[in-house]
Design a protein around this ligand. Structure first.
Ligand code: GRG
Length: 272
């Protein structure tokens, strides 16, 4: 059931992204081609699905939240392109295909990431309620800036030289590099839906714990990070504990939040 739900929403997000991204034939063609190449390439779309479902659980309409959901995915795509660069993770492939810089060169890959980030904020600005735009811009820019995702990446670069980061530093990195965007996704879906402060806070907590668990599972799949320190079993136990904390935060929504519970179970048991 969760597979069907995720697949249906993944298709919806892909369709919307396809509409929002500039057409390949618009000049300068090469950057628009690179933007479409890097985004429309089979991502799981977990973050935008979180935006949709958080909004729905707070009584919001899907069509009102699609631009923000797509904006979050564009931010994620930008971070992956820049993370793959030779000066960062130096990854030749992404989602089974040549990474952006391998296909288009380094300069264009930097600009492709920059363009996706700019387009993300352009999409957010399409919301009609100006107060909601202000709050969503505040939350997302905080989550991805030097106190959020970039801060986590900087710390990650710092410890790359060291053999193993200590658990405290790893927590710092993961809460910023991975969890902050997921928390922002859950939170901004609720904001656009016009949720109460209590609901917004609950969804932020859900997103934070889900993001931390997501990274633990990623470490198990990649055999690094937490899995290297605590072993796959230890990292799995820790992910289970985090997922149960994420689900505790959903209590106020009752059965309405069952899809979010299915998403967290999917994150815990995912194989890629
Ligand atoms: C370079 C600006 C900049 C930021 C770097 C997010 C990030 C910070 C780097 C991306 C690499 C990485 C290991 C991030 C941790 C989060 C993570 C596991 C990303 C992969 O997310 P999935 O599995 O990917 O949702 P898909 O392909 O499904 O979208």
């Amino acid at each position: 059931m969760i597979k069907k739900y995720l697949e249906k929403n993944r298709r919806l997000i892909d369709k919307e992204l396809g509409k929002y991204l500039p057409e390949r034939i618009s000049r300068p063609r090469i950057i628009h081609e690179a933007m479409r190449y890097s985004v429309l390439n089979g991502g799981k779309r977990i973050r935008p699905i979180l935006v949709l479902e958080s909004s729905r659980v707070c009584g919001g309409r899907i069509k009102d939240v699609l631009p923000v959901a797509c904006a979050i995915e564009l931010v994620h795509s930008y971070s992956l392109i820049h993370d793959d660069l030779p000066s960062m993770d130096d990854a030749a492939t992404r989602r089974g295909k040549p990474s952006c810089h391998m296909k288009y060169g380094e300069a264009l890959a930097i600009l492709t990431g920059d363009s996706l980030l700019s387009l993300a904020f352009n999409l957010i600005s399409r919301e009609k309620n100006k107060a909601k735009i202000g709050r969503v811009v505040f939350e997302i820019s905080k989550a991805i800036g030097s106190f959020g995702m970039i801060g986590g990446q900087v710390m990650d670069l710092n410890v790359k030289g060291a053999k193993k980061a200590d658990p405290h530093t790893m927590q710092y990195i993961n809460s910023r590099k991975t969890a902050s965007l997921m928390a922002a996704a859950a939170k901004t879906g609720a904001i656009i839906a016009g949720a109460s402060e209590k609901e917004i806070k609950a969804l932020q907590k859900y997103g934070e714990h889900l993001g931390l668990a997501f990274q633990r599972v990623d470490d198990i799949l990649d055999r690094n990070g937490y899995a290297e320190i605590f072993g796959a079993g230890g990292a799995h136990d820790e992910s289970k504990r985090l997922i149960s904390k994420a689900e505790d935060a959903l209590e106020i929504f009752g059965r309405q939040a069952d899809n979010l519970r299915h998403i967290s179970d999917f994150v815990l048991n995912r194989k890629h």
